[in-house]
Design a protein. Sequence first.
Length: 256
Amino acid sequence: MRRLSLVTVLILVPQAYSDDDPTRLFPDKSELKDVRLGPPKDLNGYFPFTPPKTREGWDDRAHRVRTQVLVATGLWPMPEKAPLNAVIHGKVERDGYTVEKVYFASRPGHYVTGNLYRPTSKADGKRPAILNPHGHWNNGRFLEVPEAQAKKEVESGAEKTLESARYPLQAKCAQLARLGYVTFLYDMVGYADSTAIPHRTGFTDAEAELRLQSFMGLQTWNSIRALDFLSSLPDVDPTKIGVTGASGGGTQTFMI
């Protein structure tokens, strides 16, 4: 026995619109104030900047820019800050400072790893601190410059010692610690000990795009939680914290 299929076709009759500009949907041709109907923006466009003329104007722009950055990185509204459950271990004594290994959960199940440098000199009260996001160097915070290149940098005067030339990221933190700063050098996503999500291979699926999940968002959140970790240390003055970094570490510096 043959079955008959009933197919219903629904024909939608559009509202009146202007043939010369289909984005104008109404008879009076009123402009629609939807930016999505405009031409797409790209890096080749012209976007002049007009500085605000008042303090209030700058404050308003600062608020809008910060909100735009948070939305773009998937951090608006700001996620809930779960306990870090930080672990500090493996202290190594050096000349004028100590180095310890650190890991903590920036999100439940996702860990930030790094090294904590502390001065060994005496201090009156709590110490200032420096957060150190590194750039896109080979092997991240474990960067080791080839000896031949390091020797050239010493000969040119760019570095004073062969050791600092070979291990510039660690040398910077060691010197900051000798100067009295508690210093935290932590891994960017996909580098050194932080390889659960390989660099440039995650967050490429449609689900991540739809949820504004990205390396930039996760890395910025990790940096925010690294700042929380540094501020929570009993020997750190949370009102005296600086951030420094180059390349991708420079990006994270101004993001924070």
